[in-house]
Design a protein around this ligand. Sequence first.
Ligand code: AMP
Length: 190
Amino acid sequence: MKLLFMGPPGAGKGTQAQLICDRYSIPQISTGEILRAAVKSGTAMGKKAQEYMNAGKLVPDEVVIGIVKDRLAEEDAQKGYILDGFPRTLEQADALGKMLAESGQKLDLALNLAVPDDELVRRLLERARKEGRADDTEPVIKSRLKTYNDQTRPLIEYYRKHGILREIDGLGGMDQITERINLILKAAGG
Ligand code: AMP
């Protein structure tokens, strides 16, 4: 099963993606996690990415597309995966489509987890208190939401047009949201 998970920062896509991955034994490919690891280990790519991440901006397309291309070529990604936080621009979505087409593959579903802005800010500030992520401060959160609305939200229509979009109400308890997602995956034959 090849899925992608979309949604604004703080929608809970990372947590839900993790649950699906455990259930279907497929890897969760999170560009945010890969970038944070690169920042931590101080690689050249990490240093470049850090400036964008700390400002709540998107890391340039060519960097992120390169990361995903390498990751999808790995052995454990051959039978399926969840892309968490990628694509985030139309350019990335087109690049992904081409990458998959080259190897005769396609995405099964694009899941969009929808949560209103005021609830997102509340959740992200709470995560900041618990996890202390460098980009979970209020000004950076606002910038990330704006980036999402300007650059990533158009992907909802993009995948709707491709006929693989499934929308999920992201308000409610974690188990409730997991249940909504499971119903969609079952209906898709998962
Ligand atoms: P996330 O953990 O998915 O919220 O990502 C954290 C940060 O990493 C984002 O705010 C971006 O700066 C960067 N990032 C993650 N995924 C992407 C992507 N697909 N394109 C560009 N930047 C990304």
